[in-house]
Design a protein around this ligand. Structure first.
Ligand SMILES: *Cc1c(COP(=O)(O)O)cnc(C)c1O
Length: 450
């Protein structure tokens, strides 16, 4: 049943029998004829966990159903966008209504104003914005804007932060004493990677060093509002304040990539959480209510450098697409209801805390890191994990077992131990309780305690 899988599935007492995945496996075989690795985005291929990808047939609330009819409580939420859960009625109705008038015009519509107003009125960190069709595009454009605005070429990014797949950002830390980054993908010219300096998170000396070495050459420092693409690497507020100060002192811009954290930690994302005003902010995921939308924004002065007002070119055939705008309007309207985040975040804290209590009581080397409605299940003893280096790759073997046990117990997590999970407004106490039990049992299996 688990075809196309490297490595034997370890036999654990207490493991559940595997669910039927015949239809998904069949669809995957077919998909491999059409797409590299059978998928349209690499992590979906289940390379880091057992088995082949589940093909999803439908979602409703906190549930998804696969092609074999298995039902799961979903904590992936399409990788973050679905903060209200799957197939939310308000979002669906608004999208259906707007679709009646056509799908795209390549001309302005009132819906763009409406979504922009919702955002700008309720977010003190942006005065003007530009919509794009993905997070990658938003970040790529923000980098160009920073370079255009400062007239400088170099950018500083952090090891363990993901910012989409544009060339400048597919760069990882160089080995040894090399300060420049190395490309993390074939096809990115070395000369591009030379413009990106990669340093560890939570390391003030490294950042000071980079600014000294590249004095007056750094256009921007980019960081995920709260790094959540390589585990959940929560930074201390003092460190983020330091980032802002060193950028100001060096006349470099601070870019918060809030594609995950925007509208997730709160309506104002990580900037609101820390009370820090970045120079440019990028959003994606939640902003589109499940349809493809990204956005970058800044002060009116900085945004004045974007074409047609300024010399930094950026465009998009489907940018501000009315159907996508409709989904964003409907979703963000719900998020603005009073108490929305408090309830969601409290629910997630209780969920995370009770899993942690269970693991601690049994002396499992396991930690749940959580902020807002984001959580990360980590097989570690460390109290804090704040940079990529602190993650032990060997711990991912345990996640692999856990992932399989959870699928077999009706719980869907993103198929990699480096990925975070999301709780949505549609997860009720009942499902969270069920999920907790499944996690407890799976932990027992992982640690072979049953
Ligand atoms: C998902 C993500 C991106 C890329 O967004 P896409 O819509 O996948 O292009 C960029 N930055 C961060 C922080 C993300 O989480």
């Amino acid at each position: 049943m688990f075809s196309g899988n490297e490595g034997e599935v370890p036999v654990n007492t207490g493991s559940k029998p595997d669910i039927s995945r015949e239809k998904s496996a069949e669809l995957y075989e077919k998909a491999k004829n059409y797409f590299p690795g059978g998928v349209n985005s690499p992590v979906r291929a289940f390379k880091s966990v057992y088995g082949t990808p589940l093909f999803i047939q439908k979602g409703d609330g906190c549930f998804v159903w696969d092609a074999d009819g298995n039902q799961f409580i979903d904590f992936c939420g399409s990788w973050g966008p679905l903060i209200l859960g799957h197939n939310n009625a308000k979002v669906r109705e608004k999208v259906t209504e707007v679709m009646q008038n056509g799908m795209s015009f390549g001309a302005p519509t009132a819906l763009e104003n409406e979504l922009a107003e919702l955002i700008i009125k309720n977010n003190k960190f942006v005065e003007k914005i530009r919509f794009t069709s993905s997070g990658t595009e938003a970040v790529m454009s923000a980098i160009r804007l920073a370079r255009g605005y400062t007239g400088r070429d170099k950018i500083i990014k952090f090891e363990g932060c993901y910012h989409g797949h544009s060339d400048s950002l597919l760069v990882k830390a160089g080995s040894g004493l090399v300060t420049f980054g190395e490309t993390s993908s074939a096809g990115v010219p070395k000369s591009f990677a030379q413009e990106t300096i990669v340093i560890p998170l939570n390391d003030t000396k490294a950042l000071e060093g980079a600014f000294e070495q590249f004095k007056d050459q750094v256009a921007a420092v980019i960081i995920e509002g709260i790094p959540a693409n390589n585990g959940l690497l929560m930074q201390d507020v003092e460190y983020v304040q330091f980032l802002q100060k060193i950028c100001n002192d060096n006349k470099a811009l601070l870019i918060f990539d809030e594609v995950i954290t925007g509208f997730r930690l709160g309506f104002e994302g990580a900037a609101g959480h820390y009370g820090i005003k970045p120079d440019i902010v990028t959003y994606g995921k939640i902003i589109g209510g499940g349809l493809p939308v990204g956005m970058y924004g800044a002060s009116a002065e900085i945004m004045g450098h974007i074409s047609p007002d300024g010399g930094v070119y950026q465009a998009g055939t489907l940018s501000g697409n009315p159907v996508a705008m409709a989904a964003g309007i409907a979703q963000l309207t719900e998020l603005l209801r009073s108490g929305f985040y408090k309830e969601l975040n409290t629910k997630t804290t209780e969920f995370a805390d009770s899993i942690q209590r269970f693991a601690t009581a049994r002396n499992y080397k396991f930690k749940v890191f959580q902020i807002g409605s984001i959580f990360w299940l980590a097989f570690t003893e460390k109290e804090k994990i704040q940079c990529a280096e602190d993650i032990d790759p060997a711990s991912m073997e345990k996640f692999k077992v856990m992932h399989r046990e959870l699928l077999n117990r009706g719980i869907y997590l993103g198929p990699s131990g480096y990925e975070v999970g999301f709780v949505s407004a549609s997860h009720t106490k009942i499902e969270l309780e069920k999920a907790k039990r499944a996690i407890f049992d799976s932990l027992d299996v992982v640690f072979r305690n049953k």
